[in-house]
Design a protein around this ligand. Structure first.
Ligand SMILES: *[C@@H]1O[C@H](CO)[C@@H](O)[C@H](O)[C@H]1NC(C)=O
Ligand SMILES: [Fe+2]
Length: 436
């Protein structure tokens, strides 16, 4: 796939025509620390612009045994997926829906969304999207029981650094990718969402990519585009309906004995909010016999000893509102992004080490154009076990109901097997001292 450097957005041009002050929209939420020289966004062009050939193919799990296939075409094409377990032989097909959205002068392609299944666990499926002349893709469904391996990475963006991260992840033998927010860094320039979709397709068409949103997904512009998360919601439809959530911004699902909860740091989280009430109900339904592990993803970290992104309401107020719920439910791990670095805390609750609290991990080191957050507060807090500003990703291998292995892999280490940080975790549901 050809890649050309740098791209000036239609967004800049539109705003200049309307005579509006641009800087208003380009101020990042928190600055004041020195990042290494940023790298420009890549732009991944379409192989066949204007056509009905499928682009930006990605998949996400739906319920226990279904998969959502999402893709975009420039020209109209049926929302149909043909699939089967042998290459070139598609014994089944399913039809879904097509949508599109407008953003300033930009009009999206045809966004197709088809749920297929029931599917067998741990099985390779071959599939074709849209017209029956399209290319063949394949994916593997997650296993129905342990072990299960997650790749975890936040704040991806689309730079040479991102490519290095994706290259590492592609060498990992994982079942599902979890992304705690900040995907494309399109930052209002909508064609960059398309470019991001094309950049991640080789991985995201093969394994389910389960994502939640960060501040870079908001893309709200006063007066001009007053609704938030337009592109994100249109392009990354997650299984919220199946988890009885009323919003694509927070949802949950079960995979092989793990209950995964995706929360929204940039939507209401106070105790009267729909998100809080949904979370309370969702946690109440978890059966630790069936899913001994609970993993939560947020964007803005609740624990963070980096100098970046201190004092933000999405960290402080969300933690104040929701930490008790996660603690009482004995959530095992909380992943966050936002800070462009890696940091692992010990089990914590209310700022102190607590054997029944979640391990908090910041994994915002996916490689976006803003660079690394390399300044830390000193001394290192006792609850912060490991911190480093390097690009990379993590892997959580859940071996069985009691044991899981977490490893962090730097992009600098060309051998994917090298782990720079690793720890065995034992599930809180198996710890008699943490029984509620
Ligand atoms: C769970 O996995 C760990 C690590 O591989 C192993 O030591 C332990 O014996 C396993 N437990 C069971 C019940 O199989
Ligand atoms: Fe962020």
């Amino acid at each position: 796939m050809a890649v050309v450097e740098g791209r000036l957005g239609g967004f800049l041009i539109v705003l200049t025509i309307m005579g509006l002050a641009l800087p208003v929209f380009f101020i990042a939420p928190v600055q004041g620390y020195n990042r290494p020289p940023p790298r420009k966004n890549l732009y991944v062009p379409s192989d066949d612009p204007g056509s009905d050939s499928p682009q930006q193919v990605h998949i996400s799990t739906v319920g226990a045994d279904k998969m959502r296939v999402s893709w975009i075409t420039d020209s109209p094409s049926p929302a149909t997926v043909e699939y089967g377990t042998s290459p070139g032989a598609y014994e089944k097909s399913a039809t879904g829906s097509t949508s599109s959205y407008k953003y300033l002068m930009y009009e999206s392609g045809e966004i197709h969304d088809v749920v297929i299944g029931p599917l067998e666990p741990n099985t390779v499926y071959y599939y074709r999207c849209g017209s029956n002349s399209g290319p063949e893709f394949s994916f593997k469904t997650p296993p129905a029981s342990f072990p299960v391996t997650f790749a975890v990475v936040g704040d991806l963006g689309q730079t040479e650094w991102t490519k290095s991260t994706l290259d590492h992840i592609s060498k990992a033998n994982y079942d599902m990718l979890l992304l705690p927010g900040d995907l494309s860094y399109a930052d209002f320039d909508q064609p960059l969402w398309d470019s991001f979709g094309r950049l991640v397709q080789p991985l995201a068409s093969q394994r389910p990519w389960m994502v939640t949103q960060g501040n870079h997904e908001i893309e709200k512009i006063p007066v001009l585009h007053s609704s938030a998360f337009t592109a994100y919601n249109a392009r990354w439809h997650m299984p919220y309906e199946e988890s009885v959530s009323d919003s694509n911004l927070y949802y949950s699902f079960d995979v092989a004995g793990v209950h995964v909860i995706m929360l929204g740091s940039y939507t209401d989280f106070d105790p009267s909010s729909a998100q809080y009430q949904w979370l309370q109900v969702d946690l109440g339904k978890v059966d630790r016999g069936r899913t001994p592990w609970i993993v939560v993803l947020i964007h803005a970290p609740w624990y963070n000893s980096n100098k970046a992104h201190q004092g933000e309401s999405e960290s402080i107020n969300m933690k104040d509102a929701m930490e008790d719920l996660l603690y009482q439910a004995r959530v095992d791990v909380v992943y966050a992004g936002h800070v462009h670095a890696y940091e692992r805390f010990t089990r914590v609750y209310k700022d102190e080490a607590n054997n029944c609290g979640p391990v908090h991990i910041t994994i915002g080191d996916g490689g976006n154009r803003e660079g690394l957050a390399s300044k830390y507060k000193n001394p290192q807090p006792k609850i912060s076990v490991f911190r480093e500003a390097s690009f990379g990703h993590g892997q959580l291998v859940v071996a069985n109901a009691t044991h899981a292995r977490w490893t962090w892999h730097r992009n600098e280490d060309s051998d994917e097997a090298v782990a720079s940080d690793s720890i065995w975790l034992t599930s809180l549901s198996s710890d008699p001292a943490c029984k509620n």
